[in-house]
Design a protein around this ligand. Structure first.
Ligand SMILES: CC(C)(COP(=O)(O)OP(=O)(O)OC[C@H]1O[C@@H](n2cnc3c(N)ncnc32)[C@H](O)[C@@H]1OP(=O)(O)O)[C@@H](O)C(=O)NCCC(=O)NCCS
Length: 216
């Protein structure tokens, strides 16, 4: 009985925490659009420039602590969007301890999964020339990132500037992705290399859906 009430209390606390996060975004970043049914499990870190365009789609889930995802989360979800940058997060999207940095453009389409402690950076943060690096961050290389629908990015993976990840493609845990990946493949390692095609999985899935639709 006590356990039952404790669970209800925990649920209420979690709803309250999520509602507070919504309120904080609305007050601090009124230009950020947040869709319906967006849940925050633990507070996220935000740094959004007033000239940035940021949209979070419906049904997204942000998990910021291990108690909300036992994969082992090292840090809260953090979203950075610099001056004039675009950060679009599609609908039906889940991330856990993910760090997204958009100095130029990061677009994540619907039904993408970003595993525990993944990072998506459209910038090198510092110039490659050491003399320039001593005095400025001007001249840092940046390039847009696009993660297409239903991609699945494994825990601790790092998606680097200029990368497009194709529809349904899977990136293995711990991968460092430096080049664009086509649709329906599985990639892993550092730098990420092709492991195999994932198209066969889709064939099985389509078959399962057809069977389910036919009510067999
Ligand atoms: C990449 C992955 C999908 C491959 O799974 P799989 O299709 O069952 O592949 P297998 O385990 O049969 O391994 C196939 C090959 O890929 C290699 N491989 C598997 N995972 C790898 C990874 N993360 N990085 C690099 N290589 C990997 C294997 O060593 C094997 O190589 P070999 O053929 O030379 O022996 C899976 O290992 C993975 O990383 N899943 C992500 C899990 C995750 O992070 N979930 C999110 C938690 S929030």
């Amino acid at each position: 009985m006590i356990r039952h009430w404790l669970n209800i209390l925990r649920q209420q606390a979690s709803h309250l925490q999520s509602a507070l996060m919504h309120l904080k975004i609305r007050l601090k970043y009124p230009h950020v659009q947040v869709g319906k049914n967006v849940r925050f499990y633990g507070p996220i870190e935000l740094n959004i420039h007033k000239t940035a365009t940021v949209r979070i789609g419906d049904n997204c889930t942000f998990r910021s602590a291990t108690k909300h995802n036992f994969v082992g989360i090292n840090r809260p979800v953090s979203l950075y969007a610099g001056a004039g940058a675009t950060l679009l997060i599609g609908t039906d999207y889940g991330l856990s301890g993910t760090a997204i940095v958009a100095t130029e453009e990061v677009i994540i389409e619907p039904y993408v999964l970003l595993g525990g402690n993944t990072s998506v950076w459209d910038t090198d943060f510092h110039p490659l020339d050491y003399q320039q690096r001593r005095v400025t961050i001007a001249g840092t290389k940046t390039a847009p990132i696009l993660i297409k629908s239903d991609a699945f990015i494994g825990a601790n993976a790092l998606i680097m500037k200029g990368v497009t990840i194709g529809e349904r493609t899977i990136v293995g845990a711990g991968a460092v992705v430096t080049r664009s990946l086509p649709a329906d493949e599985i990639w892993g390692g550092n730098p990420a290399r092709l492991i195999r095609s994932a198209a066969i999985l889709q064939t099985h899935l389509q078959f399962a859906h057809t069977v389910a639709r036919q009510g067999r």
